[in-house]
Design a protein around this ligand. Structure first.
Ligand SMILES: Cc1cc2nc3c(=O)[nH]c(=O)nc-3n(C[C@H](O)[C@H](O)[C@H](O)COP(=O)(O)OP(=O)(O)OC[C@H]3O[C@@H](n4cnc5c(N)ncnc54)[C@H](O)[C@@H]3O)c2cc1C
Ligand SMILES: NC(=O)C1=CN([C@@H]2O[C@H](COP(=O)(O)OP(=O)(O)OC[C@H]3O[C@@H](n4cnc5c(N)ncnc54)[C@H](OP(=O)(O)O)[C@@H]3O)[C@@H](O)[C@H]2O)CC=C1
Length: 329
């Protein structure tokens, strides 16, 4: 008997895998602990509009990814962002324009994952805590003790530390997954009553607690928002202040931003902090995806390739290929 394939995680990796399996005629069932899709590409809805607190944009180097990106653009899910780019090092702010094409979801980052999800079946606000073998097939259990299944295969598309726990039924696979550590990042959004008097749309930052700052409302589709900026702390600073209360994180990163941006920065009228506990994988791996195909357990995510949107999407494609090849063999 055939049962659906469970996919845990509706970030870009999980949705890439789900789309490829669905296109191959297989039935999938998605789960996510979040209230919507996107994971680290999600946008937070706030009183000042939807804010991209995770991925800021994505670039495209792989030919297969380039084809998908063109389709997404044609469907209106993404648009090219042409920021006025700067860099800041040793307190010096300089223009740093380049030729790179940068894409963003429009009118918010999560528009892309909403589009990819389409009408595939999904259960949100459902934190899976266990993947276990029933009589013959895989079952899932959530944090409330509710069971789901049976499933023929399970694809775990979460950050590596969460995936390692879910894959405990395949110890060798779980130990490979657990070998990829992930670094945290604090992200802060600040809104100002009047637009800041600066030409900067995005800035790569060194020698500061911050590594990136960008004008959220300057991105395509977000013009109706007040002047809102997203600031991202580097992993070193984040590790040091991992448990700082949010108000203090906002205050400190506001201070670092005001020092860096080179114009008067009034008190913000809105501030929000978000901690990404598993923001960025340490190192790049050329794995594509990992699996114990004989057991029917699979894993994908940015941590299998590069810690970027493109790496996550490619990993989702790789896991789907592995699964389809095993079914065909
Ligand atoms: C602050 C920040 C800035 C970034 N900026 C960029 C950028 O500018 N450009 C770029 O290319 N990349 C950027 N990245 C990286 C990019 O966001 C990721 O590489 C990519 O989104 C990862 O996708 P994923 O599907 O592998 O994982 P995720 O997006 O993390 O998706 C995993 C999903 O699994 C769900 N999940 C986890 N555990 C469970 C569970 N137990 N049960 C159910 N669901 C679960 C989560 O809710 C999540 O939706 C950034 C990341 C961060 C944190
Ligand atoms: N958890 C995380 O915070 C996290 C952040 N990530 C950031 O994602 C972007 C995307 O990386 P990608 O390789 O797709 O884009 P870029 O080519 O734009 O940037 C790569 C790095 O190259 C430097 N860079 C690029 N353009 C410029 C420029 N015009 N001026 C100066 N520097 C530029 C910059 O690195 P450094 O700051 O010099 O170290 C870019 O970071 C990228 O910003 C990641 O930091 C990815 C994953 C997780």
């Amino acid at each position: 008997m055939t049962f659906p394939i469970a996919i845990i995680g509706t970030g870009i990796a999980g949705l890439s895998a789900a789309g490829a399996l669905h296109a191959a005629g297989l039935e999938v069932q998605l789960f996510d602990k979040g209230r919507g899709s996107g994971g680290r590409m999600a946008s937070k809805r706030t009183e000042v509009g939807a804010l991209d607190l995770g991925a800021q944009y994505f670039t495209c180097r792989d030919r297969r990814f380039a084809e998908a990106v063109q389709q997404w653009r044609d469907r209106g899910w993404i648009a090219e962002w042409q920021p006025s780019l700067y860099d800041s090092a040793n307190g010096t702010l300089r223009p740093s324009q380049d030729e790179q094409i940068r894409w963003i979801g429009t009118p918010r980052m999560s528009a892309l994952t909403r589009g990819l999800l389409g009408d595939m079946p999904v259960r949100f606000s459902c934190r899976i805590t266990e993947v276990f073998h029933g009589k013959q097939h895989w079952m899932l259990q959530d944090a409330d003790g509710k069971a789901y299944g049976p499933f023929n295969q399970v694809v775990v598309a979460t950050p590596s530390p969460e995936a390692a726990q879910l894959l405990a039924a395949a110890p060798k696979l779980a130990s490979s997954v657990a070998s990829v550590a992930m670094e945290p990042n604090w992200a802060v959004a600040l809104s100002f009553e009047q637009p800041l008097d600066t030409p900067v749309d995005g800035c790569f930052i060194q020698d500061s607690p911050l590594e990136w700052a960008s004008r959220n409302h300057g991105k395509p589709g977000r013009a109706s928002q007040p002047d809102t900026w997203v600031l991202q702390a580097n992993s070193r600073w984040t590790r040091q202040y991992l448990d700082l209360v949010k108000d203090q994180v906002i205050e400190q990163l506001y201070g670092a931003f005001a020092e860096m941006i080179g114009c008067t920065v009034p008190e913000p009228v809105f501030g929000l902090a978000h901690r990404w506990l598993y923001g960025r994988p340490v190192g790049n791996h050329g794995w594509g995806a990992l699996a114990d195909s004989s057991l029917g357990l699979y894993a994908c995510g940015d941590w299998c390739l590069s810690g970027r949107v493109e790496g996550a999407w490619l990993s989702g494609q790789a896991v789907a290929r592995k699964l389809l090849q095993h079914r065909a063999s």
